[in-house]
Design a protein around this ligand. Structure first.
Ligand code: ADP
Ligand code: MG
Length: 604
């Protein structure tokens, strides 16, 4: 039943991401450095493979004409289509005949097309997926803006083919975002608005559920409006505060990077100090910017999105769409609190922001890919598992192994490990149901798998579920270190469940979806705290004496915050995640010292 894998790709103007459905959940894949958001940048070196992503961005200062960013603006468009403003908006050159295709000269004879540049980015994403999944990947779902015309779509598809990826489907970005939010389960005629403010583009799309499918009813946008404009507004304020005029291109790049850093920091905190050490003639500059000051600067940029929203709504209304039922925010720039406030105010509707705004489109692409290759089922088939089957994992979570509605016979498995050092056994609790927490599902059986004591993560237990044609579930647990097998057979339960019981379980899972989701996020965050706190304590013991008083007290306070939230009874998952992140950030220096110490002292 496992058809060939398909990946989902968000090929963005500023950033690109790749995802896949893994054991029933869509996930974004990380590169070797653990980064999931990959800058859409390609740097062509003289002789040698092009660099893609963060590395390419780093070479921008030295090779501005050979470092291509924002190429999505140009793909599939003839040169004659471009305005002078568009051409001057990028540091590299663009050429082409009157009706001819667009080309980017790289100096000395070579040139590339936007399609080739996109192809490089896609090839890079493909290799990230292949490394993460340890398998060859040949097929993909790719998202494109709803306003992309046929030529732009065709060129994107051709770019994928150049990268060795067959495009199984292209879906519109707002549709992907709606999928990520699970809105594909909406009732007929429900209306969804997707507000997407990225790095260099803004669009608002109105979607409606018609005949079980999302249709983009209207879309309006500005292809020159986004986070870059906000960076520019902050940079120009900094210039006047520093009393600087006439920047060199290197200085300008540094200033813009500092402005962007300030912007992103101010989404999380109330003030930020911009520091430009030895910026000009050995002179350093420093200025503190408060969130309120930044908001005053950027409000006009945000305000520009408002008439665009109105335009899209007017068109949607003309086409018979009713009031908006769901509002979702995507694009990295919607992390800015003022954007959220403004949008909420304009729409008089609280936006749903439960997904990471920069990941939602890629998640949706992954879900669509999962549906296409049978890893996610959206239709009920005849001989299927009525409810999901899985086992309990760390923190009492349900880990689905065979999802609900899988055709039988079916076989699937996963590897597990020990959560604590010197654990002597692992209890494999076989569960059936749709709820996120193990305790809310039905327990079908249990087997205790002993293994040799060892450090955390040393045990390797493979668990395989196989359902035969008669609906008998066989659970095989194998200790892959000793190769010992434990088998548990469960008759009937896998398939023979009363219709009403199934309905009750499914509707319960929908009723509790938000609570369950919170429970899952809380449990995961709690596990993370459980790893973080002892690690920090140990690090402090080893090298804490090398830290400044102030840093020590910051770490103390951040640890305290985590503990307080853990002890509070309200399971505030968002707060705990935030506190974990703050603790992680507060201990950056500590971690660096620890790493250094480990290198300096080979015995430690
Ligand atoms: P695109 O769709 O254009 O590829 P993204 O959705 O990834 O882009 O958005 C990138 C933009 O989001 C950049 O301008 C970046 O500075 C901005 N951004 C990312 N994180 C934050 C943040 N925490 N606060 C404000 N802006 C952010
Ligand atoms: Mg985007």
């Amino acid at each position: 039943m496992d058809k060939e894998l398909i990946i989902g790709i968000d090929l963005g103007t500023t950033n690109s991401l790749v995802g896949v459905v893994d054991s029933g959940f869509p996930i974004i894949l990380a590169d070797a450095n653990g980064e999931r958001i990959i800058p859409s940048a390609v740097s062509y070196r003289k002789g040698g493979e092009p660099l893609v992503g963060r590395e390419a961005l780093r070479s921008r200062a030295v090779a501005p004409k050979r470092t291509i960013t924002s190429v999505k603006r140009f793909i599939g468009r003839p040169f004659s289509d471009l305005s002078a403003e568009e051409i001057s908006s990028v540091p590299y050159e663009l050429t082409g005949g009157k009706q001819g295709p667009l080309s980017i000269p790289l100096g000395s004879e070579d040139a590339v097309t936007p399609q080739q540049v996109s192809g490089e980015i896609l090839r890079h994403l493909k290799s990230i997926a292949e490394a993460a999944l340890e398998t060859e990947v040949r097929r993909a779902v790719i998202t494109v803006p709803a306003y992309f015309n046929n030529a732009q779509r065709e060129a994107t598809k051709a770019a994928a083919e150049e990268a060795g990826l067959q495009v199984e489907r292209m879906i519109n970005e707002p549709t992907a975002a709606a999928l990520a939010y699970g809105l594909d389960k909406l009732d007929e005629n429900q209306t969804v608005a997707v507000y997407d403010l990225g790095g260099g583009t803004f669009d608002l799309s109105v979607l409606q559920m018609r005949d079980g499918l999302f249709e983009v009813i209207s879309t309006a946008g500005d292809t020159r409006l986004g986070g870059d404009d906000i960076d520019a507004a902050i940079a120009s304020e900094l210039m006047s505060r520093f009393d600087l005029r006439e920047l060199s291109s290197g200085e300008q790049a540094t200033l813009l990077a500092a402005a962007r850093e300030a912007k992103e920091a101010l989404s999380k905190q109330d003030s930020h100090t911009v520091r430009l050490p030895f910026f000009r003639d050995g002179k350093s500059y420093e200025q503190t910017v408060s969130r309120a000051e930044m908001e005053a600067l950027i409000a006009p940029v945000i305000e520009r999105t408002r008439p665009i929203c109105q335009r899209a709504f007017a068109e949607a209304a003309a086409k018979g769409a009713g009031t908006v039922d769901h509002l979702i925010l995507v694009g990295g720039s919607t992390r800015i609190p003022l954007v959220r406030e403004k949008v909420e105010e304009w729409f008089s509707l609280e936006p749903n922001v439960s997904q990471h705004p920069d990941e939602a489109i890629a998640l949706g692409a992954a879900i669509q890919a999962g549906i296409l290759c049978g890893r996610v089922r959206s239709i009920v088939l005849v001989d299927v598992t009525p409810l999901s089957l899985g086992i309990e994992t760390f923190g009492g979570l349900m880990n689905v192994i065979i999802p609900r509605n899988s055709t039988i016979p079916a076989k699937a498995g996963e590897m597990f490990t020990n959560a604590v050092t010197n654990q002597e056994s692992i209890a494999i609790r076989v569960l059936q149901g749709e709820r996120e927490m193990a305790k809310d599902n039905w327990l079908l059986g249990e087997v205790l798998l002993p293994f040799e004591k060892g450090p955390k993560g040393s045990a390797r237990v493979g668990v395989q579920f196989a359902i035969d044609r008669d609906g008998i579930l066989e659970v095989l647990a194998r200790d892959t270190v000793t190769n010992e097998d434990y088998v548990l057979e469960i008759r009937d339960a896998a398939v023979d469940v009363e219709d009403e019981a199934v309905e009750a379980m499914v509707s319960e899972s929908i009723d509790y979806a938000f609570d369950d989701m919170n429970e899952r996020v809380w449990t995961e965050a709690k596990l993370k705290s459980g790893e973080l706190i002892p690690a920090v304590e140990m690090a402090l013991e080893q090298v804490g004496d090398q830290l400044e008083e102030e840093e020590l007290s910051q770490i103390g306070a951040a640890t305290e915050t985590v503990m307080v939230i853990l002890q509070r009874g309200d399971k505030d998952a968002a707060a705990l995640k935030k506190a974990n992140l703050a603790l992680d950030e507060a201990t950056q220096t500590l971690a660096a010292i620890l790493v250094e110490a480990a290198f300096a002292d080979p015995d430690s």
